[in-house]
Design a binder for this molecule. Sequence first.
Ligand code: KG4
Ligand code: ZN
Length: 339
Amino acid sequence: MLVLGLESTCDETACAVVRNGQEILSNIVASQADLQSVYGGVVPELASRRHIEVLIPVIDQSLHKANVALEEIDLIAVARGPGLIGALLIGLNGGKALSWALGKPFIGVNHVEAHLYAALMSHTEAVQFPCLGVVLSGGHTAMLFVRSIGDYVLIGQTVDDAIGEAFDKTAKILGLPYPGGPQIEKLAAGRDHSRFPLKAGTVKNQPLSFSFSGLKTAVLYASKGQSANSKDPLILNEEEKKDLAASFQYTAFSDVIHKTFKAAAQYQCQTVIFGGGVCCNQKLKTMFQEANPQLTYLWPHRELTLDNAAMIAGLGYHQYLQKGQGDSLELEAKTRIAF
Ligand code: KG4
Ligand code: ZN
């Protein structure tokens, strides 16, 4: 079964062709990082406009790369949320139009769920269910008990900033361009992570929930002075700045690792699957492996880690088979989706 996937939840316009939920024939991603970096973050209206401009060329390129004609596609899978509403509408309506014009079924996919599916797509060995799912992206930080594909229980999430958002905001405070995650990783490499004693937040009566906004504020005060404003100048030299980036990264990752191990023990999971852009970070993988080499960690391949449409097509395939039919063309975009 050939599935065409579309993704436009935030600032990537992506289209992929995937056979039987696994074999990636093409995976085209048009990033808006150049456009958005000028503003230090994503401007929703600009994102929507760029999606309109590039959606059709990206679809054409994806079909061309896959060497597949539009008529050969069996199913259209689209990310229907969570994300920015204007951005979502472009991909969703594009997918519906294709489905209607081709007379092929259409299915709406949860973008966060697809991030976890990306880890399964990246490995051919059978996954031991139930397992723990950890989503670390720019918009989400969540821990899920995964019984099987499509059967999840949310067991923890952030109560304020997502971890990727904390990386992006910390980078901005330190004067680094958007997206901040890769910049922080580079700056922190080989530096002293104990120079600035920082702490990630805990949530009362929710030991598996996250809070990163206090950590980001602590970075602001450490870099610009107590009660400073984000526009104030840095009071650190270059060496201190690198150590602060390392201290922030180490603190955020230690918190994720600690809570993941707690959840794995509580829910008796031997395997952890990861998803979301922050999983590009090599230090994160090393820290997990060193902290507990007994657990099995399934990380998504690099090309499936940041926002992409192959994961949407892959999960859409399974969802379609499970449901036995496509979704109605009345399906709406959702800025938030509860598990
Ligand atoms: O999953 P994703 O592409 O988009 C969302 O669904 O949010 O994740 C983007 C996030 C950004 O916050 C970006 O800074 C972060 O992933 N990121 C990283 C790294 N590469 C990307 N964070 C830490 N280290 C990295 N190397
Ligand atoms: Zn994402």
